[in-house]
Design a protein around this ligand. Sequence first.
Ligand SMILES: Cc1ncc(COP(=O)(O)O)c(C=O)c1O
Length: 412
Amino acid sequence: MTPTTREECAALDAADPLAPLREEFVLPEGVIYLDGNSLGALPRSTPARVADVVEREWGQGLVRSWNDAGWWDKPRTLGAMLAPLVGADPDEVVVGDGTSANLFKTVVAALRMSDRDVVLGEAGNFPTDLYVTEGAVGLTGGTQRRVDPDGPELASELARGDVAVLLLSHVDYRTGVLRDMPALTRLAHEHGALVVWDLCHSAGAVPVDLSGSGADFAVGCTYKYLNAGPGAPAFLHAARRHHARAEQPLSGWHGHARPFDFAPGYEPAPGVSRFLSGSQPLVADAALEASLEVWGRADLAQVRTKSLALTDLFLAGAAESGLVSLTPAEHARRGSQVCLVEPEEGSGYAIVRALIERGVIGDFRAPDVMRFGFTPLYLSYTEVFDAARALVEVVRNGEWRQERFRARSQVT
Ligand SMILES: Cc1ncc(COP(=O)(O)O)c(C=O)c1O
């Protein structure tokens, strides 16, 4: 039952098995943070871990740390730590580069594995997925088509029999719709296509079972629900059955079978390491390692249960504002965010700004969506109750109409 009073929320907080994990994060006083789906909060252990890598591993260890501190293997050791969060085996995930670069690597690798040349994408996908696809097909001489993945055209597009790669986001960044990964992967395979999944809004947000879904490739960032910090390195998954054949286009020395032979020709490493390219940001890796250790103490089933309870609570509270939700009421189709449509043109951004002034941080996605992310590791039921109440007040009393809330910042 969704609570209807602040007292009921406080009782849920008192009984919340994830509540102790909140202590692992630095959260500013007076802020209710509903933007962990854009940039996750800072784990308390991160500053010391980063300082240790800088001062001891770099400062004292110098170049010896490539061996002594395990720097060379970080993409693999971090990949193995992250793998359980996405339902993959430890040797199927590497950490490195950014999401966009990893999208490029996986889409081109998948195109090269097929004798077809079409990449089928989502019309409403996050722009980098669309742009990278444009770049990939431009380079390989293929073509791109786009569909609404939640409508019937997806099946008919696949049935045309020319799709090499289907590129989908597991959770839609603008609506919070969660896709059925096993069913869509199966459908693509039945029609001879490989699938690249973008997990930016699902890793750490919803249960992900790449192996159980038969997924081919996946990528995702670590700065949202995984709390690794701004611009943190991304991850890349390749199913083991593809390791021997997949050829990614950024064939750098870290992906070589024997990098320290310094041979003149490229020979890909046998496993997922072939998806690496060059040296990685070890200082940023330290922040990811610290945050993955926190994730190692979280029960993923509890995270999902609380995520659904928090989004239910916010949806119920926000309903009083009269705003229309794009987020499915159905749990099976919901990620860990709530997306509300602005009530009148140009109001969404201002409403979000007015809420931020009250200490409730969400964000705005053009053209008309107010987006609120729910991170069960560090959010409480009472906070979500208060945030929904603040939203209702801001909308009802027209507080957002003040001129100062309309001026757009560079980042929305
Ligand atoms: C679905 C999706 N893919 C990719 C990205 C970003 O890519 P990058 O990490 O390369 O900036 C985002 C960022 O919000 C996203 O939502």
